[in-house]
Ligand binder design. Structure first.
Ligand SMILES: [Fe+2]
Length: 449
């Protein structure tokens, strides 16, 4: 791209084009050497690991997976490397634009800890961070490390990394001035996620999600070992996929798109929000989405997250606002798994639903009542994939359900645990229609590397 054109873009975002220049390799190595010997940090680096780490950087070995402790992770075909010197001026400028736009919003919209995180990890500069340095800083503060991946990785690998305190990061940078993208890039992974690692409970919850997945995999493996019938084995696999999906929703609505109350104000801590300056404002100020207050220590609220479907192709239309960060400490691996199992036995909600019992801070302009999705389906008035998918899943569930209605009537699910009889009759006649045979949304890491 023409340098004059890039300088105009820089000026448009208040960036000094002359500042968008990465440090030389020698300067980066000097910084790394000083960083690795710090002892005033929660996780000082053992020279046994620090020396070969520095040596690899000096020899020009591209960064791939953090190696500052005994733990490691096998990324297989998804392993990637950061070739820092190959980033173009345009890619560095894209980072600078993102950071500059974040600066305009984050002081008003981001949680306090996120603001501190930028300084802790020194990621507020005008150029893409060097992963050797960034990985060392993250490890020293949190015990987590980076693992470089080449694309959106399977959820199973993503959360295996989490369980071992490795955070998968991509190496490509979004196009210049692109605000929102479905795929994670350096902007999402680093400018979004990394700063939130300074919130100990968030890092802890991320690891717990990894451990929760391991519990589901272990249960699946134990069941498969006892089963030889192919049909029943497929059923076991589908059941595990379902549980993984419901657990993933808890992650999505907190780690990725969570809001939190701080001093009576709604602030963002989700990486998916904070890596998009546009969504940062939208999530808190826009009249379009629902905002619902939750206490994650309450099973009912956790279940609300696990039973809420979402779309990844645009800004969220429901945000959940955690009352306080410390309430997230209750998200143990066992509780995440138990919630996912309960969610598999209940009707679900779309991202437009407002449910009786919700502590609603704001009713979004796109909100619908819980029964509207069924009537839309009957009338073939499609609204979005999420609404349709949820309606079909629930009708299938209601159609099959026979015995647990009385149990549901005792819970907050009672008011939504039924649909009008004529809807069920319609479904009974149309259930074999091919358009009603929607599968579960495929599992993939939602918007984070
Ligand atoms: Fe993410």
């Amino acid at each position: 791209m023409d340098r004059q054109w890039m300088s105009q873009i820089a000026a448009r975002h208040g960036i000094d084009w002359e500042s968008v220049v990465p440090l030389s390799r020698q300067q980066r190595l000097e910084l790394l050497e000083r960083c690795l010997t710090r002892t005033d940090v929660p996780f000082p680096i053992d020279p046994r690991f620090g020396k070969p780490y520095l040596e690899a950087a000096k020899q020009g070995v591209p960064f791939a997976v953090g190696s500052l402790c005994d733990d490691t992770v096998d990324l297989g075909e998804y392993r990637n490397e950061q070739h820092y010197d190959r980033y173009t001026p345009e890619e560095h400028l894209s980072w600078a634009v993102l950071v500059a736009e974040q600066q305009k919003t984050k002081h008003q919209y981001a949680c306090r800890e996120y603001l501190a995180g930028e300084d802790t990890f020194e990621i507020g500069g005008a150029v893409i961070p060097d992963y050797y340095l960034l990985n060392a800083r993250i490890y020293q503060q949190t015990g987590w490390q980076l693992a470089t991946v080449n694309m959106i990785i399977p959820a199973e690998l993503f959360f295996t990394c989490h369980s071992q305190r490795f955070f998968p990061v991509t190496t490509f940078m979004r196009a210049l001035e692109q605000d929102y993208l479905q795929e994670p890039d350096i902007g999402h992974d680093v400018a979004g996620h990394v700063s939130t690692f300074t919130i100990p409970v968030v890092a802890h919850v991320m690891q717990n999600h990894g451990v929760a997945r391991n519990l589901i995999y272990e249960e699946r493996a134990a069941e498969l070992e006892k089963e030889t019938d192919e049909n029943r084995r497929s059923k076991i696999m589908r059941r595990a996929d379902e549980l993984l999906l419901y657990a993933e929703r808890i992650y999505w609505f907190t780690v990725e798109f969570g809001l939190v109350l701080q001093n009576g104000e709604t602030r963002a801590f989700g990486a998916g929000i904070l890596s998009s300056p546009g969504e940062t404002i939208f999530s808190i100020d826009s009249p379009i989405p629902n905002r619902i207050l939750i206490d994650p220590s309450q099973d009912k609220d956790l279940l609300r997250l696990a039973t809420t479907d979402y779309l990844i192709s645009e800004y969220q239309k429901t945000y959940f606002v955690t009352e306080r960060f410390d309430l997230l400490e209750t998200l143990t691996p066992e509780r995440i798994v138990a919630t996912a199992k309960t969610a598999s036995r209940l009707p679900h909600f779309s991202w437009r639903d407002i449910v009786p019992g919700d502590r609603v801070l704001h009713v979004g302009q796109t909100a619908v009542s819980t029964n509207e999705k069924y009537f839309r389906l009957m009338a073939d008035v499609r609204c979005d994939d999420c609404l349709t998918r949820t309606a079909i899943r629930n009708l299938r569930w209601f159609h099959r359900r026979s015995s647990d209605g009385s149990e549901l009537s005792q819970t907050w699910y009672g008011p939504v645990a039924s649909v009008p009889e004529r809807v069920l009759q319609w479904y009974a006649q149309h259930q074999s229609d091919s358009e009603l045979q929607v599968p579960l949304r495929p599992l993939s890491e939602p918007a984070g590397g």
